[in-house]
Design a protein around this ligand. Sequence first.
Ligand SMILES: Cc1cc2nc3c(=O)[nH]c(=O)nc-3n(C[C@H](O)[C@H](O)[C@H](O)COP(=O)(O)O)c2cc1C
Length: 206
Amino acid sequence: MITAPEIVLGVTGSIGAYKSADLVRNLKDAGYAVTCVMTERATRFLAPWTLQALSERRVHVDLFEADSTRIPHMNLADHARLVLVAPATANIIGKLANGLADDLLSCVLLATRAKILIAPAMNVHMWQHPTVQRNVQTLKRLGVRFVAPDVGKLACGYEAIGHLAEPEDIVKAVRQLVPVPTISGMGTPAKPASRPSKSSSKARKR
Ligand SMILES: Cc1cc2nc3c(=O)[nH]c(=O)nc-3n(C[C@H](O)[C@H](O)[C@H](O)COP(=O)(O)O)c2cc1C
């Protein structure tokens, strides 16, 4: 059986958080298994339930999850093939570049040995701020990959760079870093482990 590669999707407190719903769907359709980690601030923009329903997995927010048998950030960090942060705020980029870990997502980012891919989204002046650019350069030097923000209409009214890249472009970047295994010769992507196939659900009914 081919197992779908595990992606941890970090979602942070940006207006662009609504796009993470499409991103989860696109990643699953591409053959990935997705577990979402939201920052507290991200939950002000998008209800965790939305990502839970689309990913078909529990959404993690709390560093001190009471009902976990393993330390949650280590569990997530160890199982990920890729940690993707989309949208990524100036704040999470700054925290990772400076080794800060004060919530679940920032702990996962420091604890993982998996590849990290970041898709920033923010106001153009924030994006162009020398400290943000310095943090981005620091992370690039450390091997963190980026999907650059697009030029687009920003929530603040500017038509400028800072718009979260489109979900299709983010999935393309994910595929380059973690290809989905295919059933040889058929080009059929692996199914996420959590989604039962039609044949297995039929088998259970019998
Ligand atoms: C309406 C609104 C939209 C925001 N959009 C962004 C954004 O797109 N990018 C960003 O870096 N910060 C944005 N912020 C600021 C972040 O929410 C803030 O820096 C927060 O502390 C980020 O926390 P987190 O990185 O833990 O999610 C926005 C704030 C508000 C109130």
